[in-house]
Write a protein that binds this ligand. Structure first.
Ligand code: SAM
Length: 279
């Protein structure tokens, strides 16, 4: 805890360990909601509501829709609970998003699809993106504040230093774009690094085993400095001959590193190797 926010008769201590850097700038809050493509009637899951600044704009924007906010820190109740009286389309849940049963989320939105909007601690943004994508939840889009560095990785091209497993894996689930850069001075307290808003439109690749390909991509990147064939040999305990045959079939040189492959290369290679790796 390092800072104290005083607002009328409410006193709140920021918890550094929960990544509590709040937004206040109205223009930015409106811009994030617009980047998320929120319109009247939308169902929105907000993760990490903080003092409710983004929550308020979301509630105003969904009109006849619904906003459910999940916040882990109950001491924020003094800011968030009044919003339930102010907005009849708002539901507040104090919990760790990673512990909320998926069935409950589905029930909150009456089995309908919904959009996710989140400004979360940096250390859990990537795990939460994967947690949501790998679930069977009916999510239309995810709009999330991430560190600039993570945003650069998300949109990196093959053969660049920023290209890692997250880049092709996200392409299995949809299209990601950076909608805006956010200066660190717009947060209270001010964090160490700048941020960016990333919007992911969910449009899952059809006809492939997404979970299988996603795991395969992670394995291909598991030892970044090794060549693709050495990674595959070790991870799946295969002979060099088998790996080279599969690479040849997929039209990929076994001597390259994973960072040279596009998402289509990974899908091709996975299909050629399924017989050997799924046992
Ligand atoms: N949305 C607010 C804003 O933009 O001002 C707050 C953003 S702050 C960066 C992140 C919020 O996520 C904090 O309020 C924190 O308590 C909450 N949080 C952290 N871990 C969480 C988790 N596992 N589940 C739900 N909320 C979490």
């Amino acid at each position: 805890m390092n800072n104290i926010e005083k607002d009328k008769n409410r006193t709140f201590r920021f918890k550094h360990n929960l990544g509590q850097n709040f937004l206040k700038d109205k223009n930015l809050l409106n811009a994030i909601v617009s980047d998320a493509g929120i319109v009247n009637g939308d169902y929105v899951l907000e993760i990490g509501a903080g003092a409710g600044a983004l929550t308020e704009v979301l509630c105003q924007s969904v009109g006849t829709g619904r906003v459910v906010a999940v916040e882990i820190d109950k001491t924020l109740s003094c800011f968030l609970s009044p919003l339930m009286t102010k907005f009849h389309n708002f539901k507040l849940v104090f919990d760790d998003i990673l512990k909320v049963p998926f069935d409950s989320i589905t029930d909150w939105f009456d089995n309908k699809s919904f959009k996710v909007v989140a400004n979360l601690p940096y250390y859990i943004t990537t795990p939460i993106i994967f947690y949501l994508l790998e679930s069977s939840l009916d999510i239309e889009s995810i709009t999330i504040m991430v560190q600039q560095e993570v945003a650069d990785r998300i949109i990196a091209s093959p053969n660049t230093k920023d290209y890692g497993a997250i880049t092709p894996i996200l392409k299995l689930y949809g299209t990601a774009k950076i909608t805006r850069k956010v200066n660190k001075n717009l947060f209270t307290p001010v964090p160490k690094v700048d941020s960016a808003v990333v919007h992911l439109d969910i449009n899952r690749r059809e006809g492939i085993n997404i979970a299988g390909v996603s795991k395969f991509i992670r394995n291909c990147f598991s030892m970044r400095r090794k060549t693709l064939s050495n990674n595959l040999l070790q991870t799946y305990q295969l002979s060099r001959e088998v790996v080279e045959q599969c690479c040849k079939k997929a039209n990929i040189s076994p001597g390259v590193r994973a960072e040279c492959l596009s998402v289509d290369d990974f899908i091709n290679l996975y299909n050629c190797m399924t017989l050997y790796i799924n046992h």
